[in-house]
Design a protein around this ligand. Structure first.
Ligand code: ZEM
Length: 290
């Protein structure tokens, strides 16, 4: 578990300050590399950390962020992971500068950094993940399919160990980024500021009228007011289902509550299946850039 820096005889044990340097490097790259999508790699980093973690199966203890097996085919080629190479490649110069960090720690740290740098809540984080080899790749089909319904959401997130409230909070990350026709087949952003973390996804879900989009692509929804935004079938399922809807309404009204409950659920997601030596109270709180 130790990393020997070039020519050093003592093992290098990184401190919180060392991880803050990794955070700062990611933040600096986010600020500089604006020639991508809506001007930020932040959303795709949030998605990388989620897809690295969301393969977890609580029954077998397999999958999860511990391993970073998405570096390898077949996992990198799973349909759900289309486009995440942009996020992995964005982080390669960071890995090169801080070779002592594991990919699995780096990807999750980047998820925490991206949420904070995009104006979201603090995402406390701790190290301790080890990279695994190709044999630990998870089978295809563990990540959710946007064409499906409320039962599928409960099946997939229930397998990870989440309850209704946490499922809704997590999907609120769709305030960020967009769908790409050449990746998932779906198309468009969920709100008008896809590089700012907010509760807009929930407000629009409740306040807008969502119609089926008329196009040749997969079934998705578009807003009546501008026809520029989109919702996935699984997003619309959140206002159709009795267990999910009260949380959508709470988050639509109360941004502070959403930020708090999102943070708790995203921290839990990034830690699923990781055999930490440290305790939850040892998590680091990274200082965001100004
Ligand atoms: Zn997403 N997500 N997601 N998601 N997601 C997309 C994009 C993004 C689902 C899903 O199928 C899709 C969570 C839950 C669920 C983000 C974060 C989180 C896209 C578009 C699809 C199709 C991909 C593309 O074309 O590039 C489904 C079905 C979900 C649950 C039911 C959770 C949980 C997330 C984080 C906590 C983010 C940030 C994006 C935008 C990525 C980007 O590149 O802009």
């Amino acid at each position: 578990a130790y990393f020997y820096l070039n020519g050093e005889s003592k093992p290098f044990v990184p401190s919180q300050q060392d991880y803050q340097k990794v955070y700062d490097e990611i933040a600096a790259r986010l600020a500089n590399e604006t020639d991508y999508d809506d001007g930020s790699y932040g959303p795709v980093l949030v998605r990388l950390a989620w897809h690295a973690s969301g393969t977890f199966d609580k029954e077998t203890g397999t999958g999860g962020s511990n391993g970073a097996t998405m570096r390898f085919a077949p996992e990198s080629d799973h349909g759900a992971n289309a486009g995440l190479k942009h996020a992995r490649d964005f982080l390669e110069p960071v890995k090169a500068k801080f070779p002592w960090i594991t990919y699995s720690d780096l990807w999750t740290l980047a998820g925490s950094a991206a949420i904070q740098e995009l104006g979201g809540p603090v995402i406390p984080w701790r190290p301790g993940r080890e990279d695994k080899d190709v044999a630990a790749c998870t089978p295809d089909g563990r990540l959710p399919d946007a064409a499906k319904d409320h039962r599928h959401i409960r099946d997939v997130f229930g397998r990870m160990g989440f309850d209704d409230r946490e499922m809704v909070a997590l999907i609120g990350a769709h305030a960020l980024g967009r769908a790409h026709a050449d990746r998932s087949g779906f198309d468009g952003p969920w709100d008008f500021s896809p590089t700012v973390f907010s509760n807009e996804f929930f407000r629009l879900l409740v306040e807008e009228k969502w119609n089926q989009r008329k196009w040749n692509g997969p079934a998705q929804f578009t807003d009546k007011s501008t026809s520029t935004l989109m919702m996935l079938p699984t997003d619309i399922a959140l206002i159709k289902d009795k267990g999910f809807k009260p949380h959508v309404e709470r988050y639509a009204k109360d941004s502070d509550t959403f930020f708090k409950e999102f943070s708790d659920a995203y921290v839990k997601l990034l830690e699923l299946g990781v055999p930490f030596q440290s305790k939850p109270e040892d998590r680091f709180v990274f200082k965001a850039s100004e």
